[in-house]
Design a protein around this ligand. Structure first.
Ligand code: GAP
Length: 492
């Protein structure tokens, strides 16, 4: 059984083994920012590859894009983020610390359920009620809060070198909008037909009020998002389809079933664009709430494409109306919006409509953390403690480690040759230092599924031992069969 019971355990494991470091550590660190080390970058890349393989590569109905982080300011006006993407906060009058209203705890209740990422501001305002009994999580004062106020979550930056014509831009708070604004480009340049999806993996930025739990909630993070476009009326069916696909993705990559669940959103938690939303939650062995969101699967209806049609009309208005964009709101919704430039014409049914969208949106940092926590294990072997990471081979940072049993008798030369051959196919590690038992232990801690040892017998019959991480069983395989044997086991 995993012995990780505190957040500190996972933080120190990550640091000790080179998975994750605090950003700018030699300068005292930068709060809520983290760097992935040598093992961490391999792990996270493998998680992203596994997502891309399942969502894009293995399907005939999904294509990928990679969009810029900076986008035209009208994108955020049209998407609703410019006006609505905010957290409701209250400031403690005693210690001046600002806290998200939905994170304030009742004095009587030991722990408030804390599930939501960002809730629609209108709904949140209606639901805040009386803060009189709420406790400041910083200083413990009760009911000493200012009136709730919205706090905008998008980071801003300046574009352009000249002071006069530089422009305030936002860093994207989700990758999804890059997909929506390329919907027409993808339709016009590929042979996709509805139903189909567009996928993207990339960085997003949110000036979170409260960051927490290591890489769980940070201000810079990576998302893997799919926008799946379908005919209105078929949206419920695709919603169910993607719920199942995404839940099984975690299970197929080794997450234990008892640690994974769905949680349907209440109406007052829904984001401003969503008709329905379910979270895939993981039971972290630490923290106040235990069950925490890894991914949201939302029915975004035709909201985004419709809004971007309005955005396009707004720009036209701007050209027509003396370019006073600041003074005009988003253009009125056209009555004929169903036939606008972002609509879709179904050739077979001879029907034009704005597609509905089902969106599975996963956090790559959170998933990486869940895979790490879930894989961690400790066991006693011949009176000694063995720490290991039981990663699924697809996400293991190193797939195979190659050792000469001793550093003499021609063994290092043979082992190096094997290493040079195998590393062309997957990530390998060569190690000839210290007792072989200790080299095995180090690889167990890194989660390497296979260790290959060249010994005296290898020199006679061209066989090597393959030691399997979880069972510690060893078999002999001939060197000319080694590559195929491993590729089969690793499914690569
Ligand atoms: N496009 C929809 C969207 O962005 P979201 O629920 O706000 O929905 C999706 O975010 C996922 O992105 C979350 O389930 C979470 O895994 C990840 N995520 C969101 N905010 C995050 C943060 N501050 N730090 C780390 N991951 C975050």
């Amino acid at each position: 059984m995993a012995k990780i019971t505190k957040l500190d355990d996972i933080v120190s494991l990550c640091k000790r083994r080179g998975f994750i470091f605090q950003s700018s550590e030699i300068y005292g660190g930068l709060a809520s920012c983290y760097d992935y080390g040598p093992l961490g970058v391999e792990l996270k890349n493998n998680v992203k590859k596994a997502w891309w393989k399942a969502v894009v590569q293995m399907r005939d109905d999904v294509v990928g894009v990679d969009c810029s982080i900076l986008m035209h300011p009208l994108v955020w006006k049209a998407s609703g983020h410019a006006d609505k993407f905010a957290d409701l906060i209250a400031e403690c009058k005693k210690c001046n610390v600002r806290t998200r209203v939905d994170h304030l705890k009742e004095k009587v209740a030991e722990q408030a359920e804390e599930h939501t990422e960002h809730i629609a501001i209108d709904a949140a305002m209606a639901g805040t009620g009386n803060l009189g009994k709420k406790v400041c999580p910083n200083c413990g004062a009760v009911g000493q809060f200012t009136e709730p106020m919205p706090f905008k979550l998008m980071f801003e930056t300046q574009m352009g070198a000249n002071v006069d014509d530089s422009m305030t831009m936002q860093l994207r708070p989700e990758t999804a909008q890059g997909i929506f604004v390329n919907f027409r480009n993808v339709l016009d340049t590929t042979r996709v037909k509805i139903p189909f999806g567009i996928a993207q993996i990339g960085k997003s930025f949110r000036n979170e009020v409260t960051t927490k739990a290591f890489i769980f909630r940070t201000r810079e993070f990576e998302q893997a998002e799919l926008e799946f476009f379908c005919e209105p009326g078929t949206d419920e069916k695709w919603y169910e389809h993607w719920k199942e696909q995404r839940f099984n993705w975690y299970l197929n990559l080794g997450i234990k079933k008892e640690n994974l669940r769905f949680r349907e959103h209440e109406a007052n938690e829904l984001a401003h664009y969503a008709k329905g939303c379910v979270d895939v939650e993981y039971k972290f062995p630490f923290g106040s709430g235990d069950w925490q969101e890894l991914e949201g699967i939302a029915n975004r209806t035709d909201y985004d494409l419709r809004q971007h049609q309005r955005g396009m009309r707004t720009l036209n208005k701007w050209f027509e109306n003396d370019r006073k964009l600041a003074n005009i709101g988003l253009a009125d919704e056209a009555e004929d919006y169903q036939s606008g430039p972002l609509s879709y014409f179904d050739e077979e049914k001879k029907r034009r409509y704005i597609p509905y969208v089902i969106e599975p949106s996963a956090g790559m940092d959170r998933s990486t953390m869940a895979f790490l926590v879930d894989a961690y294990d400790e066991e006693e072997v011949r009176g000694e403690q063995r720490n290991l990471l039981r990663f699924h081979p697809a996400i293991a940072p190193i797939k195979a480690a190659i050792f000469p049993l001793v550093k003499k008798d021609g063994m290092p030369e043979v082992a190096r040759k094997i290493y040079d051959d195998l590393k062309r196919y997957f990530n390998c590690f060569y190690d000839e230092k210290g007792a072989v038992g200790r080299r095995y232990r180090r690889q167990d801690e890194a989660g390497t599924p296979f260790c290959i040892t060249v010994d005296g017998q290898t020199l006679q019959d061209q066989t090597v031992t393959i030691r399997e991480r979880d069972s510690m069983e060893q078999i002999r395989v001939s060197t000319d069969q080694l590559r195929n044997h491993l590729r089969e086991k690793l499914d690569m």
